[in-house]
Design a protein around this ligand. Sequence first.
Ligand code: UT7
Length: 356
Amino acid sequence: MLQSKIGGIGHYVPEKIVTNDDLSKVMDTSDEWVRERTGIEARRYGEKHKETTSSMGAKAATIAIERAGINKEDIDFIIFATLSPDYYFPGCGVLIQRELGITKTEIGALDIRNQCSGFIYGLSIADQFVKTGMYKNILLVGAEMHSMGLDYSTEGRNVTVIFGDGAGAVVIQPTEEADKGILTTKLHSDGTYAEKLAFINPGSHGGYHFDKMGEEKDFGYPDKDEYGGIFMTQKMIDDDMHYPNMEGQFVFKLAVQKFPEVIMEALTDAGLTPADIGMLVPHQANLRISQFVQKRMGLRDDQVWNNIQKYGNTTAASIPIALCEAWEAGAVKDGDLVCLAAFGSGFTWGSALIRW
Ligand code: UT7
């Protein structure tokens, strides 16, 4: 049976650094609050109207393709994970294909809408395609340009201070080396609390809505019962209904439960234990969550990679950016057991074990 491996990895973060102090100039927040609650010191913002989610993804992808030792024309499938796409549709998969200039090969492109766990879902899909022999060089990208869609008023501060922009990419290839590559992936979801961390408008539910805490509420938007709903109205914009919302403490409590659970599930499946982990790369949601998971799993500091301090939460991009940095720093070496884990909106969560 074929195994799949990460044959090349790259990342890109935009130049512009936005500190907590910068944000405190436009909303009621402080460096102290943000550092204490999240560990975040700064984040990067893409250049407005010049950079996009797919253009940042293309920069990361170019590095990953080169490091995989292939030409971009060798890519035979694209998977793109993001919650902040260039367009509502079409997805970023075809846009990055165009940006990379590989439309002639007419390869398939798939978009993933699994938010923070999008990269792990993508990795699992790529793993299955490679294992069956269907594809040999899958480009998997996680990228976000959150900065264009956040609420910079004090009302949006609990969400806005957390997020940043960036992109990471890998090329998934077959390997014949025994016990190398992706050992297992575990994927989960529970839609019960879909609105607890969500970007609700615009959407096909047009006509009735949820309040910022995810409770269904009739805001009196027109056309509730008429043929043809309202996708987006001026009133929704006036009422600031077009921003992401999150019930932070609710998400936090579930995250610290699900991270260890799904990591242990993967380890048990592979007949391994936390002590075998060379590097845990958790989705960078909140440094406090990562620290809690580290403690719960009994891991040393050198077994966990965190970079949320510099970049904030870059959602689908956070794992590939962190993994790339860890590898570039020499903290992930040949033969190491790498564990990836994520939890986020949906809720969706997952883990992956890779023998590097
Ligand atoms: O990657 C996707 C998954 N997301 C997560 O995993 C996020 C999980 N949740 C969290 O990381 C935390 O819940 C947050 C960092 C989002 C918030 O921290 P918290 O300790 O849970 O704060 P809170 O939402 O309970 O708010 C506590 C107080 C409130 O004020 P009052 O009502 O006590 O007066 C908030 O209004 O802090 C206030 N607050 C802020 N103050 C200054 C909320 N955001 C801010 C802010 N600056 N940015």
